[in-house]
Design a protein around this ligand. Structure first.
Ligand SMILES: Nc1nc2c(c(=O)[nH]1)N[C@H]1C(S)=C(S)[C@@H](COP(=O)(O)O)O[C@H]1N2
Ligand SMILES: [Mo]
Length: 406
């Protein structure tokens, strides 16, 4: 067989596999042609997501939830946002997957197989809130480049894995360790194999917290491919960008990790407030650590209509980075007065907390229900967009829903 025909029949074969059915007239399909069904994959089917999820970008894939989709106490995969900086790895060789440890501050380099990680260390399960640092970016003015997240880049799933601190103890780290940095198997959009799409990390103290996991299960099952199968770092309460997916190496650094997306305006904000649109010097930018206090009304869906006199219940979740949420309040008069919601304790540290309230409306008409959470340091959510920053991070303004009482 000539090379050309060989390539063509191999391609036909892989297309047939992808489509799950033979391509009729495949032999006369023009060379280099991609069948429509493969040009436009259905992202909801591909990632097992609910069709109400909103696709923000397909190169790379980024998808967010809507508030009412996040009503579950523990976020199921179908409603979990996807944030990718590069290309999802195409093939995962799970049988030969390893996690390496290196860097200036390891006592010796070490590599573990998946099986060694699972069997040599005690396993823990926690509910952990992951919010993209750019959640809420769409409201910034002047606008910030990047995915225009509204409110749906947050989740709280159950993660199972081993503690990073237990593994680090086994590896042995030097006294001069200050930071960890992750490395992963996703590839750069440019196709350049020498470039990592993202390689972020956290200070050693955060890495050594009990809840910082090297996870291999989400909600009791293998982690879905889009969320980091077969292994990911989970660092609850910090920008979710610290939670490296498709994890295959961790560097223990004697300085602040300097991988892609650790510097410049990436996941950094002005150390001191600046005017909207102001240019900020590199040395005046600080790495985002704990995420700010925030809440979401997940029931009812904005736009609900009710009959005057019938009972009206709202519910949702609140979270506060490293801290606990101490109270959640609601207002039906555009923030003039506030009433307290019932608030549950977190399932564990760094899990979001559930709130609910029963509301009485004084008369018919259009209302907005606003929710406002306060953290254990007594810092409350702002009612409007807080501190402008070049990349539009950390918008924790109050969430609101519209209600018509007839
Ligand atoms: N390897 C790798 N890890 C990654 C990313 C990525 O692009 N590649 N994106 C990060 C960012 S910016 C976020 S917000 C979270 C999103 O996690 P999720 O897609 O599971 O919701 O993953 C983080 N971990
Ligand atoms: Mo992110």
């Amino acid at each position: 067989m000539k090379r050309r025909n060989f390539v063509k029949s191999t391609l036909l074969g892989s297309m047939t596999t992808a489509l799950g059915i033979d391509i009729a007239f495949g032999a006369v399909m023009p060379e280099g042609y991609t069948p429509l069904a493969l040009q436009d994959p259905d992202p909801f089917k591909m990632f097992d997501k609910d069709p109400q999820m909103v696709v923000l970008n397909d190169k790379p894939w980024n998808m967010e939830a809507q508030a009412h989709l996040l009503d579950d106490k523990i976020t199921p995969n179908k409603y979990m946002f996807i944030r990718n900086n590069g290309k999802i790895p195409e093939t995962i060789d799970v049988d030969n997957w390893t996690l390496g440890f290196d860097g200036e501050s390891v006592k010796q380099q070490k590599t573990y197989t998946l099986n060694e990680l699972k069997t040599n260390f005690k396993q823990y399960t926690y509910q952990l809130t992951l919010e993209c640092g750019g959640n809420g970016r769409s409201e910034f003015d002047p606008p910030a480049k990047g995915n225009q997240w509204t409110i749906g880049a947050v989740s709280c799933a159950t993660w199972t894995g081993v503690r990073l601190k237990d593994v680090l103890e086994d590896v042995g780290i030097k006294d001069n360790a200050v930071y960890i940095g992750y490395h992963a198997a996703d590839t750069h959009l440019s196709g350049d194999p020498s470039k990592e799409p993202i390689s972020r990390g956290v200070p050693i103290a955060k890495a050594l917290q009990d809840e910082t996991l090297i996870a291999f299960k989400m909600n009791g099952k293998d982690i879905p491919l889009a969320h980091g199968y077969p292994l990911r770092l989970i660092v609850g309460g910090w920008p979710a960008s610290a939670s490296g997916k498709w994890l295959n190496r961790i560097s223990i650094r004697n300085k602040v990790h300097d991988g892609p997306k650790m510097t410049g305006t990436a996941y950094r904000v002005p150390c001191k407030p600046v005017a909207p649109g102001e240019k900020v010097k590199d040395e005046d930018m600080c790495i985002i650590e704990s995420m700010p206090v925030k809440s979401l009304i997940t029931y009812p869906k904005s736009g609900a209509t009710i009959k005057k006199g019938s009972s009206f219940n709202i519910r949702g979740h609140a979270w506060a980075g490293e801290l606990e949420v101490s109270k959640v309040e609601y207002s039906i008069d555009f923030g003039s007065t506030w009433k307290t919601c019932q608030l549950e304790a977190p399932a564990n540290r760094l899990a979001w907390q559930h709130f609910k309230a029963s509301i009485e409306f004084p008369q018919q008409g259009y209302y907005e229900v606003w929710a406002r959470a306060t953290d254990s340091n007594n810092i409350a959510q702002p009612m409007l967009l807080p501190g402008w920053n070049p990349k539009g991070y950390l918008n924790n303004a109050c969430h609101r829903i519209a209600v018509k009482v007839s």
